[in-house]
Design a protein around this ligand. Sequence first.
Ligand code: ADP
Ligand code: MG
Length: 353
Amino acid sequence: MAVAAPGQLNLDESPAWGSRSVDCFEKLEQIGEGTYGQVFMAREIRTGEIVALKKIRMDNEREGFPITAIREIKILKKLHHDNVIKLKEIVTSPGPERDDHGKIDGNKYKGSIYMVFEYMDHDLTGLSDRPGMRFTVPQIKCYMRQLLTGLHYCHVNQVLHRDIKGSNLLIDNEGNLKLADFGLARSFSNDHNGNLTNRVITLWYRPPELLLGTTKYGPAVDMWSVGCIFAELLHGKPILPGKNEPEQLNKIFELCGAPDEVNWPGVSKIPWYNNFKPSRPMKRRVRETYKHFDRHALELLERMLTLDPSQRISAKDALDAEYFWTDPLPCDPKRFDIHEFSIYASSRSCMEG
Ligand code: ADP
Ligand code: MG
């Protein structure tokens, strides 16, 4: 399918978009609830196909259709890749909304809009939170390669995801991984010189340049999050769980060293550098903290968790890293050992907030 130019709507689209009712689907269970809406597992009545319905939350909207949903739809419509969740269509319920007793709720006398997605069995957080769950090295390589492939595709199509974290990485029982939740995503252009908001990306996965207040940034912000996910997969738990922004920066500096004009030329001009720069010298300790990781994994992690975004590895270069080309090789998702997955019900991060 043709991909639209950056910022353009894809005109090669079915005229049926948004014309069908949510009544074409039977809701089976609620599977997630996040910042912007509820997500349901549902069955298309005509075909029996299982899908995910994400309801667009309208309660806080005084100004009509939420801008975050408009962005998410517009961006997802132009992305077509095996490692990016597929938005199948938009459906509506004409309203009125009924409460649990079937009564019409006068305050909610408006219709709802749902995004219909292909259904995925798990999200990465839910999967790795299972008691006793340890991924094998070939599995970690397989997920990481798919994450980087999907992200590289987004970046060449000039889309920043801006919320890479486990609960937004969906996985099916065949071992396929897809990027989801484009609610914070944005188109960017390479010659674009400002001004984007720095209040994006979930705190634990947020890169130092955003925490220091930069409004000029690019794909490297997503690569920091990928580094955090990679280390988390190897380490078995989140590596930088800060409680607030100053603590987050401090955790980053304790692991990666303090930024200065030598390791990050230009850092002193970033808006909040002077407020946050550490008073004592702090040296980089990635290598000693994760000395038990294999050599190639550590090499790649070092390049992802690089403070200076201009020196941080890109998705494309990460895919060429030795790590993916040395034994044990990433397993083929098609030959994934799904046995250990399928004996359980699906797993997701519990109703993330
Ligand atoms: P939010 O912006 O509310 O975080 P998400 O798109 O991340 O919305 O969806 C919330 C959760 O719902 C996800 O973390 C995941 O567990 C589940 N989910 C979302 N999309 C799908 C899907 N296509 N298939 C299965 N589960 C999904
Ligand atoms: Mg989400």
